[in-house]
Structure formats: C-alpha cells, structure tokens
Design a protein around this ligand. Structure first.
Ligand code: ATP
Length: 341
C-alpha cells in the first residue's frame, strides 16, 4: 500500500556480552504506523534489542535502519539523539520540579510552535485540564500519560516502550494499555514495545515477535500467533496449549480423541507422527458419573477461574493431562469430579 521504508529494520543482528549471546542473528521489520510487541521471558534479549535500536549498544553483526536510514552496523553508529527515536520506560522519571505542561514541552521548548504542540499533546493524552499540576499530584497512570506525551512531542519516527505498564496495578494497566493503543493509533505512531506479558502483547500489538534465548521464533499478527504458532515453544508461551500426540495424514491427524482436522501452513503436506496443538476451547466436555478410573473418563485435578471463563485441568487414567474450557453446563465442576472429553 505505502512506498515508505520500514520504520525500523533489523537485519542479522547479533550481540554478545562476554560469553552470553544476548541476540543471535535477529531480523525484524516494523511497518510505518504499526505497533510491534517484543514478547519473551526474562533474559531473552528484548531490552538488548531496544538498546541497539535506540543507539545505546553497537551490534556485533548486522545493521539497524530507521525510516530507511542506516543508523548502526559493527563499524558505524549514529548517536541516540540523532536517530529520531523516543523512549518510554517503566520508571518514567518525570522532572519532579516541573509542571505537567513543562514536562511535555521540555524537548521542544526551543521550537516556535511549542505552546500549540504542547496543548495538542495534552489533549491527545486526555490531560487537557491538568497542565499546571505537578507530577506528584497525579496517579501512576496519569504520570505515564505525561511521559508518553513528552516522548511524542518531538514527533519521533519511532517510539520505544520498555515494559511501560509494569509499575501499575492490574486495573490501571488494562485501562492504560487500551488508551495508549488508541493514542498511538490515532497519531499513526510507529512503536515497538517490550513485554513479558502475553496478554498485553496480544491485546495491544499489530504484530508480535516471540523471542527466546536471543532468537525470534515467529513474527505475526496476534491472532495468527495464537492460532498457528510456528513452534511448540510459541504455542505454550502464548495462551494455554495442549500438545497431543497424533498420527498425521494430509489435513488431519488421528488422536486419542478421534480425527482432528489440521490447519496451518503446510498441513496438507504433513505425514508421520507428530504433536497436534489443541487449545482449551477446542474440547467439548460433559459431566460423567462417578465410576472406576479406567472407564475412559477424566478427573478434574485443577480449576482456573478468570472471570469470563473457567479452565479445568483434567487427567486420564494413563496420566495424560489436558487443559479444557468448561462450557456453561459444567461450570460448577471442581477438583475430584469426573468428565468425558
Ligand atoms: P528482562 O525482561 O529480564 O529485562 P530481556 O529479555 O530484556 O530480560 P536482556 O536484558 O536483553 O533480556 O538480556 C539478555 C541477556 O544478555 C541476559 O542473559 C542478560 O544477562 C545479558 N546482558 C544484558 N545486558 C548485559 C550487560 N550489559 N552485560 C552483560 N550481560 C548482559
């Protein structure tokens, strides 16, 4: 659709610290105006990737481009302040002695139109009436919105957010991430944010890059990451996954639950023995009368309530375990009850 270059392009980036390979040949592209989440467990290299993009680290191999301009390679570095990149961290460090308005205007105070731009930004983040307040008078969520407005003030090509919501409580976090998503989308702001929270990545991002041990395993829209994960690791890291053995034929697998239709790239060419990913919502379960453990039934061994849904962990006589979603007729079941799957 657009002929614009990617907002960020990483090509074959590696970075080691002594004997730790923090990033191992990663390649990524961020479309202009899109939001990409780097998702992975602690130590997988997310922060190192942000530090390379922002210019606080130099790659051992590979190149970094911002809006089509090369900003880093093993032999060349554009300094952070000349990359047109802005950062928002979890400990946001507003200037405590400056008003909200002065905080937002700080980076553009020499621009002739800084007053107009500051008003526009305060409106954008919903703080139009709070410009004269001081940071300590604001809630954590409001402070984070000030930090966002301050970062957006110089119209950066790319905004980088490092665990931006992690210092907030759960309710504030859910609300603020929806707000931030709207603000960035309305501003068509290209952004990359780092999180280890899969729910956050799936709800906020247009694209999710799942990382582990310095590598990117898959980059795709959230729905695709969930429905067609590229590896068993991605399947289990994003959402609840049951990996069930099956004999695979083109487009179907024979499992202990009978034939299961297969989707996903290449599923028509598959054959042999493999693991079939079944999500909790793929199962239908029914209450079973109490009986001997070998009647083919499953015993409920754990129950997880999340408000909108109930998941049950069930165990067969042969020890196999599954997580299944409890539909409306079996919501009352608890540990020790028996079900048919
Ligand atoms: P977290 O979510 O815990 O911040 P992360 O995914 O952001 O983790 P990084 O901080 O990028 O991971 O770290 C990746 C690896 O590189 C880790 O093993 C870490 O210990 C190591 N590492 C990062 N920075 C340095 C450094 N300055 N010196 C030595 N090792 C480092």
């Amino acid at each position: 659709m657009s002929a614009l270059p990617p907002a960020v392009r990483l090509d074959g980036i590696s970075k080691s610290y002594d004997d730790v390979m923090a990033l191992d040949e990663i390649s990524l592209e961020l479309e202009p105006g899109a939001m990409l989440a780097l998702l992975g467990p602690s130590g997988c290299g997310k922060t190192t990737a942000l530090r390379l993009i922002s210019g606080f680290e130099r790659p051992d191999t590979g190149t970094v481009e911002v809006s089509g301009r090369r900003v880093a390679s093993p032999t060349s570095m554009v300094p952070p302040e000349r990359r047109r990149i802005a950062l928002v961290f979890q400990d946001l460090a507003l200037f405590p002695h400056l008003s909200v308005r002065s905080n937002v205007a700080y980076g553009i105070r020499r621009d002739p139109d800084h007053q107009v731009r500051t008003d526009e930004l305060l409106e954008m983040v919903g703080l139009g009436g709070d410009g004269e307040r001081m940071p300590h008078e604001l809630s954590g969520g409001m402070q984070q919105r000030v930090a966002l407005a301050r970062a957006l003030a110089p119209r950066p090509d790319v905004l980088l957010l490092d665990e931006p919501f992690s210092s907030l409580d759960q309710a504030m976090r859910t609300q603020l991430r929806a707000e931030v998503r709207e603000i960035l989308r309305d501003a068509r702001q290209s952004a990359i944010f780092v999180t280890h929270d899969q729910g956050e990545a799936l709800t906020v991002a247009d694209q999710v890059a799942v990382m582990t041990r310095g590598r990117v395993l898959q980059v795709a829209p959230p729905e695709l990451i969930y429905a067609e994960p590229a590896t068993p690791y991605v399947a289990t890291f994003v959402g609840v996954a049951n990996l069930v053995p099956g004999d695979v034929r083109p487009s179907a697998a024979e499992t202990r639950f009978g034939p299961v239709p297969l989707i996903g790239p290449g599923s028509r060419e598959l054959s042999g023995h493999g693991l079939v990913l079944l999500r909790p919502e793929h199962f239908a379960i029914a209450e079973a009368p109490d009986g001997p453990a070998d009647d083919g039934g499953w015993e409920v061994i754990a129950r997880r309530f999340s408000g909108s849904e109930i998941l049950l962990e069930v165990r067969a006589a042969d020890g196999e375990r599954l997580w299944v979603e409890a539909g409306s007729r079996v919501r009352h079941l608890g540990i020790g009850d028996r079900v048919k799957v």
